[in-house]
Ligand binder design. Structure first.
Ligand SMILES: NC(=O)c1ccc[n+]([C@@H]2O[C@H](COP(=O)([O-])OP(=O)(O)OC[C@H]3O[C@@H](n4cnc5c(N)ncnc54)[C@H](O)[C@@H]3O)[C@@H](O)[C@H]2O)c1
Length: 338
C-alpha cells in the first residue's frame, strides 16, 4: 500500500508517519509513504528524524492548494491521509484567510486530484470543534455542525466537501473527528507545550478567562491508532469520532502541569478570554469502539508525565521554535514566526 500523507511534518501527521513506518500501530504495512507538506511555521522536518533513513519515506515540499504539485503527489498512491491544515484557533481569529485557503481550497484540490487518479481511499482528518460547544452529554456523528471560530468553520467546510465527493462521485472518503491532542513534537504555541516549556524555563503561563473551559485530552498516538483503524476498515462515506481521553477544565489541566513541572499557582497569569471561546467539547465514541474495536490506551497520567519528560529532554527541538515566537511563547500577531 502506498500512502500519501499531507501535513506529515506537523504534530499529528508526523506521529502517524512514525507510527506506520515503525509498525507501532495497527498493521498497515505500507510499501511507500510520501509526505506532502508546505513546511509552514508549524511544519518541521525534524519531526520525521526518527524515520528519516527509512527507504519507504519520500518528502515533497509543496502546497496542497497548488493543483500541479498535488496532481503529481497524488499520482501512484492508494490512499491519501489528509492532515495538512492551518490549525491554531487564535491565529484564525486574527486572520481567517489562510484557514479558508488551506483548509477548504486545499482539501478541494486534493479531492479533485484523488478523483482524477482513482485513489482507493481518502481519509480526511478533522476535529470535534466543527460541532461548536456542548454544555452536557456528548456529540454523536450525526450532530449538526455549528462551528464558532474561523478555524472550526473552515474545517467544517472541508468535512462537508469531503463527504460531498463521496455522495456526488462515489469516492471512497472517510472522515475522522478527534478531540484535543497532546504529546511530543507539538508546536509550542498550543496550550500543553506552551505551558510546559514556559514552566521549564521558569516563566509564567497565561490562563484564559475563568479557566472553566472543558476539553477531552487524547494522546496523539491514540488519535493515530484511531485514524489507522478507520483507514483500514471504516465504511466509505462515514464519519468516525476519535476521543475517549480525559475531560478536564483548563484550571484542572493547569494544576496538573504545574505539579508535573514542580511549580505553584503564582506562575499563572489570568488573561482575557479568547473571543467566542467554546465552553465544552465532548465526543461520543461508541461508533468507532463497536465497529472498529478502538479504545484509547494511554492514560492522561502516563501520557502527560511522558510528554513533560519529552519536552524536558528535547530542548534542542523546541528552543529555536520558542525563540521565533518571542516573549513567553504566546502567539501575537506582531511577531513573525518564520
Ligand atoms: N491538534 C489537535 O488537537 C487536533 C485535534 C483534532 C484534529 N486535528 C486536525 O489534525 C490535523 C493536523 O493538526 P496538527 O495539530 O498536527 O497541526 P500542525 O499545525 O502541527 O501541522 C499542520 C501541518 O500541515 C502543514 N501545512 C499547513 N498548510 C499547508 C499547505 N497549504 N500545504 C501543505 N502543508 C501544509 C504544516 O506545514 C504542518 O506540517 C489538522 O487537520 C487538524 O485540524 C488536530
Amino acid at each position: 500500500m502506498r500512502i500519501l500523507v499531507t501535513g506529515g511534518a506537523g504534530f499529528i501527521g508526523s506521529e502517524y508517519v512514525r507510527m506506520v513506518l515503525t509498525g507501532t500501530g495497527p498493521r498497515l504495512a505500507p510499501s511507500a509513504v510520501t509526505v506532502l507538506d508546505k513546511l509552514t511555521y508549524s511544519g518541521n522536518l525534524a519531526n520525521l528524524d526518527p524515520v528519516r533513513d527509512d527507504p519507504r519515506l519520500r518528502i515533497v515540499v509543496g502546497d496542497v492548494c497548488d493543483p500541479a504539485v498535488v496532481d503529481q503527489a497524488v499520482a501512484g498512491h492508494d490512499v491519501v491521509v489528509h492532515f495538512a491544515a492551518e490549525s491554531h484557533v487564535d491565529r484564525s481569529i486574527h486572520s481567517a484567510a489562510p484557514f479558508i485557503t488551506t483548509n477548504v481550497l486545499g482539501t478541494q484540490t486534493l479531492l479533485d486530484a484523488a478523483l482524477r487518479h482513482g485513489t482507493g481511499r481518502f481519509v480526511h482528518v478533522s476535529t470535534d470543534e466543527v460541532y461548536g460547544s456542548i454544555d452536557s452529554g456528548s456529540w454523536t456523528e450525526t450532530w449538526p455542525l455549528a462551528p464558532n471560530s474561523p478555524y472550526a468553520a473552515a474545517k467544517a467546510g472541508s468535512d462537508l466537501l469531503a463527504l460531498a465527493y463521496h455522495r456526488t462521485y462515489g469516492m471512497d472518503v472517510v472522515v475522522t473527528r478527534c478531540s484535543n491532542n497532546y504529546g511530543p513534537y507539538q508546536f509550542p504555541e498550543k496550550v500543553i507545550p506552551l505551558f510546559v516549556t514556559n514552566l521549564l524555563d521558569g516563566g509564567n503561563v497565561p490562563l484564559y478567562g475563568d479557566g472553566g473551559n472543558v476539553r477531552d485530552w487524547l494522546h496523539v498516538h491514540d488519535h493515530c491508532v484511531g485514524i489507522a483503524l478507520v483507514q483500514d476498515k471504516g465504511r466509505p462515506g462515514e464519519v468516525y469520532h476519535i476521543g475517549g481521553g480525559t475531560e478536564l477544565t483548563n484550571r484542572e489541566l493547569t494544576a496538573r502541569l504545574l505539579t508535573a513541572c514542580g511549580a505553584d499557582w503564582d506562575r499563572v497569569t489570568p488573561v482575557a478570554d479568547r473571543l467566542g471561546h467554546d465552553r465544552r467539547y465532548s465526543l461520543d465514541i461508541t461508533k468507532i469502539s463497536e465497529e472498529l474495536g478502538y479504545a484509547p490506551q494511554v492514560t492522561l497520567e502516563r501520557g502527560l508525565a511522558e510528554t513533560v519528560t519529552w519536552y524536558r529532554e528535547n530542548r534542542a527541538w523546541w528552543e529555536p521554535l520558542k525563540a521565533r515566537l518571542g516573549g513567553e511563547g504566546t502567539w501575537r500577531p506582531d511577531v513573525p514566526t518564520r
